[in-house]
Design a binder for this molecule. Structure first.
Ligand SMILES: CC(C)(COP(=O)(O)OP(=O)(O)OC[C@H]1O[C@@H](n2cnc3c(N)ncnc32)[C@H](O)[C@@H]1OP(=O)(O)O)[C@@H](O)C(=O)NCCC(=O)NCCS
Length: 141
């Protein structure tokens, strides 16, 4: 946002007509909620977050700026996804668990505790795969 020099309100927040968002939730600038997303009370979603279809967020979840939540993810009560983190399709994050800044959680993973920032974790049971940075050649989907 700073690079373009535009004020935050120039980035619209887009919520698909089929998404269900409790009015108590906070959605940041430039954030997009795709079809059939369900966001329960007390959720806080930061700026420039994308939430892909059929994702469910339980009460008091936090997703910080620039996060990406892929399709069919479940985030349990009070779970936290830190800035610039990526949660892959179908992953489940238990209540009070967290995904650190810039971390990647692979598709179908089960997060029961804390995924450290900047690392790639995947599977059930979840395990560390690598540092996140080498993934840029393939790119995040
Ligand atoms: C986690 C991920 C980023 C890893 O990608 P990568 O670094 O290219 O990993 P590789 O394919 O080289 O696999 C490395 C190892 O991790 C395992 N692995 C990869 N992804 C996994 C996953 N989601 N769950 C369990 N194991 C996984 C592979 O089996 C392989 O194991 P091995 O070394 O024992 O053979 C990627 O597999 C992934 O899940 N991306 C998210 C995709 C997604 O959600 N897309 C949705 C778009 S809406």
């Amino acid at each position: 946002m700073e690079t373009l020099g535009l004020p935050p309100h120039r980035y619209p927040t887009v919520v698909h007509s089929t998404a269900v968002v409790d009015p108590s939730c906070t959605l940041g600038h430039g954030t997009v909620l795709m079809p059939m997303v369900c966001v329960l009370p007390g959720v806080t979603i930061g700026d420039h977050v994308i939430v892909r279809p059929h994702t469910m967020m339980a009460v008091d979840v936090t997703v910080r700026d620039y996060g990406t939540i892929a399709a069919q993810v479940f985030l349990g009560r009070c779970a936290v996804v830190e800035q610039d983190a990526y949660v892959g399709a179908g992953a489940k994050v238990r209540e009070y668990a967290s995904v650190g800044p810039g971390a990647v959680v692979g598709m179908g993973s089960l997060v029961l505790g804390r995924v450290p920032g900047g690392q790639v974790w995947a599977g059930n049971p979840i395990r560390r795969l690598a540092l996140a940075s080498p993934l840029t050649a393939r790119g995040r989907t």
